[in-house]
Design a protein around this ligand. Structure first.
Ligand code: TRP
Ligand code: SF4
Length: 382
């Protein structure tokens, strides 16, 4: 039986909460219950048009909905848009970097980019004060985006609190298209007004690029972590409810694995031991990486005999997600680990060396980028 329709979801058994800190380990459930498709089924088709992003080939981007629409847009040289965002709360770390790397990839492919500073969500759900959210957004997140290579071409970078009037009109109109029962089914009984506002704001983030004033219909892709999928499912429903009225179509989406925390658990801005920030000083970054959980064995003897388990290793994640762009170089590390020919100590030292090199280079770029943030975004005045 197909379980990909919203009414068939066993909600009590498995619900994703975008605002909690739980790990979504059981990615298969997303396929089973929610109709997300494995990304590998579209990779070859994408390869026939463009070079896929390494995160796609490596299984880090593991799932999608309707990605075929985007491949077709690329094939037919039709315009398409990317919409995604981050909340300015806590430091921007390597877990967030994956998302911006994808944005930059699509920007280079010619996509129109809508990149959102989710300051209203940070205010209403995370209770971060306005001044702090604005400063974090400008001097940490946006400075990093620029340093990573985001350019102004085809870019709409905006704060949710400070955008075009028609975006706000759409938010108001979305209020008629959802029931409280649907929202409770998606987000639980302890629904707060702030969550509702954040959700309809996010739905408008995703749908507004199709409005006439923003260039009219185009395929839209939303790259996110799987925690955001409840928002996407609602957005798809809302799009259909606007089909006749505004001609909106459901967006496509992709889902990437979260990075593991350095201390086990999830990588989370609320625990500095769990992440490395993009502006972390190299010494503290190395210390954290040297202490990180690995897929190593209890003793050196055992590891030489059995080999390590890169699949369970945070250091390997750093290699695969960030530090080694070249596929053959990455598989060399993989086999050295698997065969037990390298031990974790030496492997970590290598990773640190690459990480420090990246950080030093990034810090220089960030310094230059900080002067440019005001060219990229209009800043809300309170
Ligand atoms: N909710 C997202 C987060 O928690 C941020 C966000 C806001 C977003 N608007 C969006 C993500 C639109 C994707 C698309 O980080
Ligand atoms: Fe991880 Fe490297 Fe140890 Fe393998 S050898 S488990 S990749 S740290």
């Amino acid at each position: 039986m197909l379980l990909n329709h919203i009414s068939a979801i066993p909600i009590v058994e498995f619900r994703i909460d975008p605002w909690s800190h739980v790990m979504i380990k059981e990615y298969e459930k997303l396929f089973q219950y929610f109709g997300i498709r494995p990304f590998n089924e579209v990779v070859d088709d994408l390869k026939s048009v463009v070079t896929p992003h390494p995160l796609m080939v490596r299984g880090v981007i593991f799932g999608h909905r309707d990605f075929n629409n985007i491949v077709n847009a690329l094939k037919n040289r039709e315009k398409f848009a990317i919409v995604t965002g981050l909340m300015p709360s806590g430091k921007m770390h390597f877990g967030h970097k994956m998302l911006i790397d994808q944005i930059i990839y699509y920007q280079r492919l010619g996509a129109e980019i809508f990149l959102i500073v989710a300051d209203i969500e940070a205010y209403s759900v995370r209770r971060i004060n306005r001044k702090e959210a604005i400063e974090i957004a400008l001097y940490d997140y946006i400075a990093n985006y620029i340093a990573l290579g985001l350019t102004k071409s085809n870019l709409h970078l905006y704060f949710q609190s400070n955008y075009h009037p028609k975006y706000y009109r759409l938010i108001q109109m979305i209020s008629r298209k959802l029931t409280l029962a649907e929202l409770r089914a998606a987000y639980g009984e302890d629904l707060e007004v702030g969550k509702i506002v954040s959700v309809i704001t996010q739905i408008a983030d995703i749908l507004h690029p199709q409005l006439k004033d923003f260039g009219g219909f185009k395929d839209v892709l939303v790259p996110v972590g799987p925690d955001q999928d409840p928002h996407l499912r609602l957005t798809r429903d809302v799009a259909q409810r606007f089909e006749g009225e505004l001609g909106l179509k459901p967006p496509a989406s992709t889902y990437h694995r979260f990075m593991s925390g350095l201390d086990g658990g999830k990588m989370s801005s609320s625990r500095p031991e769990s992440y490395i920030a993009l502006d972390e000083d190299p010494q503290s970054a190395s210390q954290k990486l040297m202490k990180a959980f690995t897929g190593g064995r209890a003793t050196a003897e055992e590891q030489r005999r059995l080999g390590g388990e890169p699949e369970k290793c945070v250091v390997y994640e750093f290699y695969a997600y960030h530090l080694i762009p070249d596929d053959s170089e990455l598989s060399k590390v993989y086999y050295e680990c698997r065969s037990g020919s390298i031990l974790c100590g030496e492997c970590k030292l290598r990773a640190c060396e690459m990480l420090v090199k990246f950080l030093l280079d990034h810090l220089t770029k960030r310094e230059k980028a900080i002067d440019k943030v005001y060219d990229y975004v209009e800043v809300p005045d309170f």
